[in-house]
Every structure is written in C-alpha cells, then in structure tokens.
Design a protein around this ligand. Sequence first.
Ligand SMILES: [Zn+2]
Length: 457
Amino acid sequence: MLTNYVYKLRPNIAQQLKMSNWVDMLRSHYNWCLNDRLTQYAQQYIQGDYCDIRTKAEACPITCFVSKNGATGEAWKDSQQKNPRRSAGDIQITALPELKKARPWYAEIDSTVLQQNVKRLDIAYKNFFVRAACPKSIGRGFPKFKNRSNFTSFTYVMGVKVQGDKIYLPKLGWMRFFNSRPIPTGFTIKACTLRKRQDGWYVSIRIEDKTVPDYVVKPLTEVKKIIGCDFGITKLVHLSDNYQIENPKFLTNKKTKRILKVRQRRVNQKVKSSANRKKATIKVGKLHKIIADKRQAYQWYVANKIVSKNVDAIAVEDLNVSAMKRRCKPKVDEQTGRFLKNGQSRKKGLNRSISDASWSDLILKIEYLAAKSGKVVIKVNPKHTSQKCQNCGHIDKSNRDREKFICISCGWMHHADINAAKNIRDKAFSIVREDFSELKRPKQRCGDITALYEQTP
Ligand SMILES: [Zn+2]
C-alpha cells in the first residue's frame, strides 16, 4: 500500500534561505527545459521531418517531442538496446552535468532533485498528450511556464531518512519537524516533496509497504443500495435520503469578505516594493491559508459523513466546473459599437461561490474514502437532473421555482435539490442495472490523486 503523510517542517534560517534559493533555481531550470523542447519542436516542424532520423520514418508531430538537434545532448543511446532512442526527458537529464559545469551554483542542489525536476516536465507533457489523444478524457492543457506563485516545491527520491522528530535531507542536512503522527512500522520512504506555503515549509513523505494489501473496490454487480448527492451553494450537499449538509462559505461569507477586503486594501495603500507592503502581503496570504485549511478540514468531515452511510455506492454528478465558471459573452451594440451590460459582474460573485464550494475537491475526497471502505463512486451525467419530476418523469425547465419543485404536469411538490439528488440516484441505478458492462469507469487522475494523498490529515 502506498500513502502520503504530511508534516510541517522546522528549518533553521540557513536551511530556509537555501530551500527558497533552490526553488528559484529549479523554476528557472524547468522553464529553460520547457523552452528547449518548444524550440526543438518548432525547428523540426518547420523542417518537415519530425523525429525518426535513423529510419527516416515519418512520425506524428503531436505525439513526438523528441529532439533531432536539440541544444542538449545526443538523441541516441550508445548501445544497441531495445529502444535506443532517448526521450526528451532522458536527453535533458543526461545534460545535467553540463548544466552544472556552465552554472556551478546548480551543483549545490541534490542531483536527484534536479532529475525529478525534469521528470516533472515529462509528467506535464504526458498529461497533455492524454487529452490530445482523447479530448473527452481527463487530462491537462499544454505545459506552462512557471512563476513564483505556481512553482513552490521540489522532490527527493533518495537519501531521505527519518529519526524521531528529525528528518535528513541530502545537501540540506538534518532538519526538525512536527512529528504529528508516526510513520507506521514496515513502511519505507519512497519519495518526499518539500513545499513552501504561506506559513512555512511542509514535507509530504510518500511511504509504501508491499505486504499491506491495497483496498478492494466492490464490483458494480454487487451494488444494492445507492445514495445520490446533489451539490449546491446555499446548502453544500443534498442527499437522496432528505439529508442536507450546510455550506459554511469559508471565503464568501460576509465576515471573511470584509477582513479580506481590509487586508487587501492595506497592501494597496503601502508604497510599492516596500518592506511594509511585503508584511501586509504576508498577512493576506496567511488569511487565505487559514481559509483553505478550514475548507479542507470541513470537506473531510462532509465526505466522511456521506461515505459512512449504509450504502454500497455513492452517485455524484459528473460536473464540468470550469465550464460553469466561464465568462459571459460580451454584448455589443450594433449601431454604436459599444459594449452593453452582459451580467458578468453578477456572474463574478457566483463564480467565487462556486470556487469556494470546490465541489471537485470534495468529490475527490469522497472517492478516496469510498475506495478505502470498499464502496463505489458512480458519476452520472447531470443533464436534466434538476428538471425531471420524481413522480411522473416529466422534464420541464419551469418545473423548478428556486428551492421549490412543482411539477407542471402532475402537480407534485418537493424540495428542488433533493428531487435532483433522487434523480441522480435513479440514474446511477439504471447504470448499475442495465449497462454496467459498458459503463466507462472514471479514470483515476494520477496528478490529482497524489495531491489528494497530500491532503490526508
Ligand atoms: Zn410530475
């Protein structure tokens, strides 16, 4: 079994400076590697032959990102191995010693950390190709250049030791940490990621014990009882057993909004690039962290509550949150060419509430806990779930009047969201009964699942 444990680190000042320095260097290395691959690809695209120089066979420009004449190293391995071609990642890893020669300060960084940095780009490319091959699947967009706000971590895969409340990190030395829960005996350290957050450094240790079996998920044929969940904003979750779960709105409640506004204003009032402005910015960041932590804790509580119900499967909507948060289309006056009001300023508030509810994070937690207790999560198409009548099956938009559901065909009345939750449950039942063999089980998102492990309290 493979899991992650997260601890808060207690680095000394020298170690803190060193780690921040490393992150800066690694970010610039990441961006340099991405740029190298982009230029190579552009060169080959213009020249017309994409990759296979030995056989001169044509290759698809979308799926191949191997360099013919990249800035970094030889594209072929010396020996006659099965697959003698190096991938772009291999090329960039073998070029690391040259990087250290040209820029000696990179030698300060542990070599496995540098290698993992290149692999991080490999993973970004891999996620992108998953989606390029099948647009409907879960994948990511094209790798992006990173900045200070979205590149805050690095990973070790070797040499990490833990003794009591001290951890040894190669080239950083022994560091103290808050040993909030001991690593169970029998588990070995596979990797460890250091991450900078607003209030300090955290380490996420990936541990494995091969003797402990993985969780077994129940097959769909054995599913008897299903509970349906409808996610919302006024109430976070409505369940098909008439149960409702509150939404505390950690970011968008009146009090937090006010505090955030004041703190943000304090930043804006300070002189740019002054020390006081920096201090004020840190205060804003810390508030955001507190909000994020509260949300995290509450979502685990909610997910636990849903999963611990006496059911075999949990049915949720397959939401496309980024589509829900899309901006309104601009309206243009045809005569004057001026922009008219399109309701975006109203939508902005709704978008914030959607982000604050963060349903997809909650679904991930439900999936994780369900897998842990041997239950299944069934994702259903959300189409018509809030418009269909539970009593007679009539589908109409005007059935719903905010929180009330009144069927215009049979006059049946119910709470609108609980009606939706019941529809979701019924959809899941039809999936289980009829075509469970054809049902495409949602693919596990590796990136997100890793993120999830790191959230485990
Ligand atoms: Zn009806």
